[in-house]
Design a protein. Structure first.
Length: 292
């Protein structure tokens, strides 16, 4: 059973693109942000944990640390275990440098080399995100927008034309930096859950972390902080969200698993709970007992 986990380098391939031509007044911002990115990139290439910690935002460092220890991997060693290479900016064309409040981004177009085979290096869009901490810009994460399914837009960019998409929320810095999460415990076991929630909006909380609500759908998620030997608890908050079609009933089920380090191995179920047919309570805390 496979559970979704954040990637070490936070590269995400998307299907749409939103480029724009850079403006001349962005030169100073561009220099500051590019220097911040290059500091992070060099730390990754050198596999230098101290330089990495000083070049990346506290938010991203904490998110990655929590994910790594929840997978029962060594931190910060696992940060440098990926075979993905941080792309160089040389040869890429800047499309935009923009800052809003304590958030900023750089957007580039060109051949983005992640260390893969040369025939896989194509002209795509790269967005680098930054946060300002103690009056200093620090690199946070990056996202690659694949244009494989948008050949017309790719051709327009190759011709130097100006698409009109950067005003969308996806490509506008939010203005406010996200709060730094707490450090999770180091678990005895890697764990995850699967939830099916139809007719209800269900929010899962565990180990002091809240997960995005699930409504009229299914979700699977790695548990931050995992499970420890002995007593554990998971809390569900539920509320009806829609009329149930005639002849059908609302249904809600959650299953919690211990996960193997081998993704091909099935998980071991340690909890299964299903809402009664009479209706789910507004809130319930379920115990999970794990033996050694």
């Amino acid at each position: 059973m496979r559970f979704l986990t954040p990637s070490i380098l936070s590269f995400t391939l998307l299907a749409t693109i939103f480029p724009l031509q850079a403006q001349e007044g962005d030169a100073a911002l561009r220099t500051a942000l590019e220097n911040a990115y290059k500091n992070w990139r060099q730390a990754m290439i050198r596999k230098d944990p101290l330089a990495w910690a000083s070049s990346i935002t506290r938010y991203r460092q904490t998110v990655m640390r929590n994910s790594i220890v929840s997978e029962r991997s060594a931190f910060p060693d696992a940060v440098f275990a990926s075979g993905v290479q941080p792309p160089a900016l040389e040869g890429l064309r800047l499309l935009e440098a923009q800052a809003v409040g304590d958030t900023a981004h750089l957007v580039y177009f060109g051949k983005i080399d992640l260390g893969q085979d040369r025939e896989l290096v194509r002209d795509d869009v790269l967005k680098l995100k930054f946060l300002r901490e103690n009056n200093m810009w620090k690199f946070d994460s990056n996202r690659i927008t694949s244009m494989t399914n948008a050949p017309d837009v790719r051709q327009a960019l190759l011709e130097g034309k100006r698409p009109e998409f950067l005003d969308t929320p996806e490509f506008t810095p939010p203005g406010i930096a996200p709060p730094v999460p707490q450090l999770c415990r180091v678990p005895d076991h890697k764990a995850g859950y699967k939830i099916q929630s139809f007719g209800y909006e269900t929010k899962v909380s565990m180990n002091g972390f809240d997960y995005d609500p699930v409504g009229d759908g299914m979700e699977q998620q790695m548990i931050i902080g995992g499970l420890v030997n002995g007593h554990n608890e998971i809390t569900l908050q539920m509320k009806p969200i829609s009329e149930v079609p005639k002849g059908e009933k609302a249904s809600l089920q959650i299953r919690v698993y211990l996960l193997s380090s081998d993704p091909e191995q099935p998980g071991k179920e340690v909890l299964r709970w299903q809402a009664p047919e009479s209706g789910a309570p507004a809130k319930i805390t379920l115990p999970i007992e794990v033996s050694r």
